[in-house]
Design a protein. Structure first.
Length: 242
């Protein structure tokens, strides 16, 4: 073998070893990246599962119809950003704070919410539609089961409040609507006024038939919480989430 052949052979062997080491290193890095991604995904899923009821409720409350007939997601997008900054970024390893990262996780939250079964309405069949007093008592019982102190107001002079509920140091005014169609702005306006009158910490409207887009927009601007009776058990978490 000539000196030139030996030189080229040595060069080939050196190159082969170099690229073999580089490939092995890159392969190891890739395995580490996959492992880290799996850890991150599992941590995100665990946090989403821990708050799934409130996330589902918030996603319903904070989406409304705009003046053009489309869906206004602005409030829901702000809520997802808050959730990312408050619960995901500080608690999930390998999560960055870049705009792309936030967009991807925002999409993951939407996909997670979309995969959840819609809550079944626990409305008592014993309470007939239109029976306002019966529905107020039903909601009061559900609140008591969740540890709330409950006081039913009188039919007259209630300032738009059917129930005053207390737990720990929190005071909440609640209006219960047993209507056969979605509840409109009036209930939101009344319970908000009731909150101011009672010097309460929060205001809630409970409806068995949902809410109009206009009522949802007004509730977003006045920070009134809109729920159905199946979500009374999540009231604590909903109020703590802000």
């Amino acid at each position: 073998m000539s000196g030139t052949d030996q030189f080229f052979l040595v060069c080939f062997l050196v190159s082969f070893i170099y690229y073999a080491i580089k490939f092995q290193k890159r392969s190891g890095q890739r395995k580490e990246e996959i492992k880290n991604q799996e850890i991150k995904n599992n941590a995100i899923k665990a946090i989403l599962n821990a708050h799934k009821e409130v996330l589902l409720l918030k996603s319903q409350q904070l989406r409304s119809q705009d003046a053009y007939g489309g869906v206004d997601n602005a409030a829901w997008e702000r809520e997802k950003k808050y959730f990312f900054e408050k619960y995901i970024f500080p608690n999930v390893p390998f999560v960055g704070c870049s705009e792309i990262e936030q967009i991807l996780i925002s999409q993951e939250i939407d996909n997670f919410i979309g995969s959840l079964p819609k809550p079944k309405n626990l409305y008592s069949q014993k309470v007939e539609p239109g029976d306002g007093v019966g529905y107020e008592k039903y909601c009061a019982e559900k609140l008591k089961e969740c540890g709330w102190g409950v006081r039913l107001t009188k039919a007259s002079g209630d300032q738009g409040v059917d129930i005053i509920a207390t737990k720990y140091s929190k005071k909440v005014v609640i209006q219960c609507k047993n209507h056969s169609k979605p509840v409109g702005n009036k209930a939101v306006q009344e319970v908000h006024s009731g909150m101011v009158y009672e010097k309460a910490d929060a205001a809630v409207v409970v409806s068995r038939k949902g809410f109009t887009p206009s009522a949802r927009r007004l509730a977003n601007s006045t920070e009134v919480h809109l729920i159905d009776d199946s979500q009374i058990k999540q009231l604590d978490e909903l109020l703590n989430a802000g």
